[in-house]
Design a protein around this ligand. Structure first.
Ligand code: GDP
Ligand code: MG
Length: 706
């Protein structure tokens, strides 16, 4: 049953391989071979497979990752069942797998003496050539070379796009291995200067995944401490917990030296330990020595060597295959639950995305336009009412932001208006004189007060119009917030049109809104309601001012008792104050006799100046109080009425009329089809996500069958 697990992973690998190397979201357990160039990586793999099929030669031969799935398969009894060189479709993989009784002995069994003779029970299949069985292993090698050149060009460049090859054989244990380019130091030929870094990065990409088992190959006739393969393995697996060491070229070691110390874990310990092997030498290859006799040589070497004799069953290629098989199994067993949940989670994520991309066909163009507009308007209304689906706790949105504009920004802007940063005492005095001049006995000129207040009321217009603009900006913000949603992304033309109609509509609505708001201010300006119940009464203003002026006078002491005299009412000062320095005292204060004699006309601007009389001071103060009181009334009214106007003319109006406006502009039979042309990206993305979902669903099925 155990082999079934590896088979499961192989099927998963295929199910997910359709996604391409970079899109694949799930890392599956596999054994990755690393080591320096010519350390014997490809030789080890060939020995494990028991066939010659890997491109070889000097220099960098392996230039793309080769994902090699070995599938143990019970030999067919009738040779006619398989068609050598045929392209018949392979039957379902699962049914062909020998699940239980593969033993290392069988691996060594019937490999022909002649190199690469064909055998109907053994064939290879490439993922990029589905259904085509390669019975001739020389053809497999050629195909690997062809495929490598296809992606990397003829020069010695590399590519990280893997070639997927599956080998069915009764002589292999079910295993997944990845052959990678060896680590080189010096670029050769027209290899890029950074070839070393490129290769290193590619290897790291494979072995960094926590699910990778690292098969680190080192030639025994080199120093283990300098092994590139081990160094790289340690970078990603410092504990050595998923690294297995292979020592090649044991036969090339100097007489009297051996690797016993390494095997015993006394040099660089690894959890899975080391396996010593002997591959064919270059001479063996050139002389077409068969793998079978090579394996025989290996067996005899270890059994007869004084250092290894006692532990010969733990040496050599067959033991390595078995070890790898059981490591991979263990690994799969422990990681499968995790893989399962990762597949489920990833599947959920992509299913959700697919749902937002929508089905390829939503219906007729008119239905799409209709439902999109309806959806948009519902969304718009609910955001304004604070019922949007994404009411956020982190950020004010929609209606809440508009509230903020009204109650914070606008209200504070109005509060900040101070009439007295523009009205100066001297102005009041001048106007007082101008308006009351003809009837000097009249108490506090109403006319003066009105003139001054009107001028100040005009100032409300600017913040009121500003408030309209701020709300308009918020509505546009809501618009883009809605249109940014995935479902509106789908039909870019329709979205663009909704956007334009919406903005055009708001702009149109700005005109009556601004009009109403300016009218509000104009109304205040048009009539100063001196009878307003909240306006301070002239008489009480007067009383307050009189009181204040009394208090600010130096306290008079009773000459007899020495105690402060009680306050007395101010007598209304005489208006005849010519000799005390009146309105024009400064002007006439000039003692320039010549000028006085010349009786020059008054200057173009004539302002009241000079020391104010007590009465002037009082009148000025009273007027100021009245202005203050009235201004506060207008402030309150404007703060209250402007938001109401904007609400009526812009917000409620757009809520009610937007749908009609959009339909009127967009729901026209002649242009409907153009509106609902789908976004190219959406179409593309849907295809990708669909593929992802299909592959993952398939993968989930495979895993749940375990
Ligand atoms: P790779 O670059 O790591 O894939 O190394 P190869 O498998 O292509 O081997 C490089 C060279 O070393 C070839 O000429 C092999 O014949 C030779 N070689 C590999 N392993 C052994 C071994 O165990 N003993 C001997 N004598 N030669 C070996
Ligand atoms: Mg190689």
């Amino acid at each position: 049953m155990d082999q079934h697990l590896i088979n499961t992973v192989n099927r998963l690998q295929d199910a997910l391989a359709t996604l391409g190397p970079n899109a694949n979201p799930i890392d599956l357990p596999q054994i990755t071979v690393v080591g320096s160039q010519s350390s014997g990586k490809s030789s080890v793999l060939e020995n494990i497979v028991g066939r010659d099929f890997l491109p070889r030669g000097t220099g960098i031969v392996t230039r793309r990752p080769l994902v090699l799935q070995l599938i143990n398969r019970r030999p067919t009894t009738t040779i006619t069942a398989a068609k050598p060189n045929g392209t018949s479709n392979s039957s379902s993989n699962g049914s062909l797998i020998d699940t239980d009784d593969a033993k290392p002995k069988e691996i060594l069994a019937p490999v022909g003496e002649q190199v690469n003779e064909t055998n109907p029970d053994e064939w290879g299949e490439f993922l990029h050539k589905p259904g085509q069985k390669f019975f001739d292993f020389n053809e497999i090698r050629k195909e690997i070379v062809r495929e490598t050149d296809l992606k990397t060009g003829k020069n010695a460049g590399i590519s990280s796009v893997p070639i997927n090859l599956r080998i069915y054989s009764p002589h292999v244990l079910t295993l997944t291995l990845v052959d990678l380019p060896g680590l080189t130091k010096v670029p050769v030929g027209d290899q890029p200067k950074d070839i070393e870094i490129q290769i290193k990065e590619m290897i790291l990409k494979f072995i960094t995944k926590p699910n990778a088992i690292i098969l680190s190959v080192t030639a025994a006739n080199t120093d283990l401490a300098n092994s590139d393969g081990l160094k790289l393995a340690r970078e990603v697996d410092p504990e050595g917990s998923r690294t297995i060491g292979v020592l090649t070229k044991i036969d090339l070691m100097d007489q009297g030296t051996d690797v016993i110390d390494i095997l015993a874990g006394r040099v660089i310990p690894l959890r899975y330990g080391y396996v010593p092997v002997i591959n064919r030498s270059q001479k063996d290859i050139t002389s077409h020595k068969s793998i079978r006799s090579a394996l025989q040589f290996e067996k005899e070497f270890f059994e007869n060597h004084p250092a290894y004799r006692a532990k010969a069953q733990y040496c050599g290629t067959p033991y390595l295959s078995m070890r790898l098989n059981s490591i991979l199994l263990n690994h799969i067993r422990t990681t499968l639950p995790d893989i399962k949940s990762r597949i489920d989670n990833t599947l959920k994520k992509y299913e959700a995305e697919l749902a937002t991309l929508g089905p390829p066909e939503l219906g007729s163009p008119s239905n799409i336009v209709l439902s999109t507009i309806t959806e948009f308007c519902n969304e718009y209304r609910s955001i304004l009412d604070g019922q949007g689906n994404d009411v956020s706790s982190l950020e004010l949105s929609g209606g809440a932001r508009i509230s903020f504009v009204f109650h914070e920004i606008f209200s504070n802007g109005i509060k900040a208006l101070d009439p007295f940063d523009q009205i100066k005492d001297v102005d009041i005095r001048t106007i007082l004189y101008n308006s009351a001049g003809s009837s000097p006995n009249l108490f506090v000129g109403t006319a003066a007060f009105e003139v001054l207040v009107k001028k100040q009321i005009k100032r409300f217009e600017e913040p009121a119009l500003k408030c309209v603009t701020l709300v308009y900006d918020e509505l546009v913000r809501i618009l883009s917030q809605i249109l940014a949603k995935q479902q509106f992304n789908r039909y870019p033309t329709l979205r663009e049109n909704i956007n334009n109609v919406f903005i055009g509509f708001l702009r149109k609505s700005l005109i009556p809104t601004n009009k109403l708001v300016t009218d509000l201010v104009s109304m205040e300006e048009a009539y100063i309601n001196t009878a307003h119940p909240d306006l301070i009464k002239g008489s009480s203003a007067m009383a307050i001012v009189t009181e204040k002026m009394q208090l600010s006078k130096p306290v008079q002491l009773d000459p007899k008792t020495g105690k402060p005299l009680p306050h007395q009412h101010v007598s209304v000062p005489s208006t005849n104050n010519d000799d005390e320095g009146g309105f024009f005292s400064n002007f006439f204060a000039s003692k320039n006799k010549k000028r006085l004699a010349a009786m020059e006309p008054p200057p173009t601007t004539l302002r009241a100046s000079g020391q104010m009389t007590e009465r002037e001071t009082m009148e000025t103060e009273v007027i100021k109080m009245l202005i203050h009181s009235y201004f506060a009334i207008v402030q309150r009214t404007i703060t209250d009425m402007v938001p109401k106007s904007i609400m009526l003319k812009l917000i409620i109006y757009s809520k009610q009329e937007m749908q009609r406006e959009l339909l009127e502009n967009l729901y026209r039979t002649d242009s409907l089809a153009d509106l609902v042309k789908e976004n190219e990206n959406t179409v593309q993305r849907r295809k990708e996500v669909k593929k992802m979902v299909d592959a993952l669903r398939h993968a989930a099925e495979i895993v749940s069958s375990v």
